[in-house]
Design a protein around this ligand. Structure first.
Ligand SMILES: C[S@@+](CC[C@H](N)C(=O)[O-])C[C@H]1O[C@@H](n2cnc3c(N)ncnc32)[C@H](O)[C@@H]1O
Length: 209
């Protein structure tokens, strides 16, 4: 029930951030992606307008039917989209999209919400072809102790209100490992601290993840 309300208001709640910087970040990051693309936690399809339908075969992992029904309406007709109604931690999705089959994994505003971010990172690695790219936009833990204390104070109220979103995740640390080569990363404060990055799956042993 609440999930449906969240899906109904999500785009309206986000409009300020989109106009401020998120839409520009999405455009810059997604305009040149090509091949098999996996959009994890695709939500209401906020990334859809920025994919080039001519060069992308899009797979979306989205467990919420309420979110997906909004996304479906927004999808440009020319965009080839396959919906996988699973959580990123659920290995069932590998039956449809096998390991080493994806050129680009896109994760925007989702690692704040998933139950197990480390397992999600492992699955991104498994899905990607060697040399494949991971594109991230996330809000993360603040960079000043007083802000972190405030985030920790607010979190117990915020998380249920925002359908599982966490304010204090140190998402970049998940990817500062030998498995990932960093092509680009940037931190910016827009009310909370934001992180965007372009990472590449390295040839590091897949067995080690
Ligand atoms: C804050 S929304 C972000 C939506 C979109 N990616 C964006 O950039 O606006 C988070 C989305 O992740 C989905 N989600 C939550 N837990 C998930 C999980 N474990 N695996 C995949 N998606 C998940 C939610 O249903 C929701 O649609």
């Amino acid at each position: 029930m609440y999930e449906r309300l969240f899906a109904a208001i999500y785009d309206r709640v986000m409009v300020g951030l989109e106009e401020d910087f998120l839409a520009d970040w999405r455009r810059e990051m997604l305009a040149s992606v090509k091949g098999v693309v996996l959009d994890v936690g695709a939500g209401t399809g906020a990334n859809f307008p920025y994919y080039n339908p001519q060069s992308v075969e899009l797979w979306c992992l989205e467990p919420s039917e309420a979110m997906w029904s909004k996304a479906r309406k927004k999808a440009p007709p020319a965009l080839d989209i396959h919906w996988l109604p699973y959580r990123v931690e659920d290995r069932t999705a590998f039956r449809h999209l096998p390991e080493r089959s994806v050129d680009v994994v896109v994760a925007t505003l989702v690692l704040c919400t998933v139950n197990d971010p480390a397992l999600a990172a492992e699955h991104f690695f498994r899905w990607l072809k060697p040399g494949g790219k991971l594109l991230l936009i996330e809000h993360i833990i603040a960079d000043q102790p007083w802000k972190i204390a405030l985030q920790k104070l607010v979190q117990p109220l915020w998380t249920p209100l925002a359908c599982g979103c966490h304010l204090t995740r140190n998402t970049p640390a998940l990817f500062h490992t030998p498995q990932w080569k960093i092509h680009f990363e940037e931190y910016e404060n827009h009310w909370v601290r934001w992180y965007r990055a372009v990472l590449e799956k390295t040839m590091a042993e897949e067995e080690s993840v």
